[in-house]
Design a protein around this ligand. Structure first.
Ligand code: CUA
Length: 343
């Protein structure tokens, strides 16, 4: 009869560890990417610029995969074929000119190929100029968008006409951010104290998600924007509307809302063109109700969400710079009804 020995236990333990690691690997490979299903992927490009970048990434991935397979293959072969056997010592080799030349030359050639491909892609994605100049400034944690030629400022939603060349000056008001619309182009850093540029050709009509691609503090993940590509005529109408000052409050409730806005300190940080509110620390709210999201893509712009945001911004978006203003329920009701009238 066979009895279990210490060696069997050791073998069992090893097998269990192997299956645990294999299981975790399968979970990681299968489950984790599922979280990215709805994310705007640079692998589904919608502009020529993004397509060039995707193509370069695919070529690099193929080169890297080939290197991985060759290196790991050689490593496994060496481990299995030349592992130490009790009866003999492996042959000791030192210095081999042919081998050393080969493993220096191959990487050098690969680096040259990758460099040439990258320079080529950089040249094709860099548009010489744009039909629509913009200035986008990154703030913790929202986006200020200035239409320099059209003379107005908005936030967190960039409208552009289909087929136009867009060229944006990128700046930062505080820390380093990075401007990225994954399906339209590459990332460009926004660095305090300097102006960077990005350009892309607006594709067919559609709404594209943009995000900050440089860790910039607690709410980095909630620093999003929308890029709305619309037919040129619709874009012109949007511009004309944005250039107008804010709509006058209509109902008594809206009038009270404007008073709350001016007396509670909101006007110190926000601008509403056409009123006394001229603050610049926070987003311009002149046409606030026309935007689809609140707090830079944190949530949908609905009356309920707006009220919870006004009641306690720190609860909705912890760490954000909007101070908690003590407002009672009635004031919140009035303020939100005024803000949501600002079409
Ligand atoms: Cu701004 Cu990350």
């Amino acid at each position: 009869m066979r009895t279990t020995t210490g060696k069997d236990h050791q073998e069992d333990g090893r097998r269990r560890i192997f299956w645990a690691i294999a299981g975790l690997f399968v979970i990681a490979v299968v489950v984790l990417p599922a979280g990215c299903a709805d994310a705007p992927s640079p692998l589904r490009p919608e502009s020529e610029t993004a397509r060039e970048i995707r193509n370069l990434a695919v070529v690099l991935l193929i080169i890297c995969a080939a290197i991985f397979l060759v290196v790991e293959g050689l490593l496994l072969t060496s481990i299995l074929r030349f592992r130490r056997r009790p009866e003999e010592e492996a042959r000791q080799v030192h210095g081999n000119r042919r081998l050393e030349t080969t493993w220096t030359l191959i990487p050098a050639i690969l680096v040259i190929i990758i460099f040439a491909l990258t320079v080529r892609t950089m040249a094709t994605v860099d548009l010489p100029g744009g039909d629509l100049p913009l200035k986008v400034t990154g703030h913790q944690w929202w986006w200020q968008v200035e239409y320099t030629q059209q003379g107005f400022t908005t936030a967190n939603e960039i409208h552009v006409p289909a087929g136009w060349g867009i060229s944006a000056e990128l700046e930062s008001a505080d820390v380093i951010h990075s401007f990225w619309v994954p399906q339209l182009g590459g990332k460009t850093d926004m660095v305090p104290g300097r102006t960077n540029h990005t350009s892309f050709l607006a594709p067919e009509v559609g709404i594209f998600q943009g995000k900050c691609a440089e860790f910039c503090g607690t709410q980095h993940a909630n620093m999003r924007f929308l890029l709305v590509v619309e037919p040129p005529e619709e874009f012109s109408r949007w511009v004309e509307h944005q250039q107008e000052p804010a709509r006058e409050p209509g109902s008594p409730k809206e009038k009270q809302g404007l008073e709350v806005f001016q007396s509670a300190g909101c006007a110190g940080c926000h601008t509403i063109r056409g009123t006394d509110a001229q603050g610049t620390a926070g987003p311009d709210l002149t046409h606030f109700a026309g935007r689809s999201s609140l707090a830079a893509g944190t949530m949908e712009n609905t009356p309920e969400n707006l009220k919870s945001w006004l009641a306690d911004p720190a609860e909705v978006k912890p760490g954000n710079k909007m101070p908690n203003t003590p407002l009672d329920e009635q004031q919140i009701e009035q303020l939100s009804s005024y803000l949501l009238s600002l079409e």
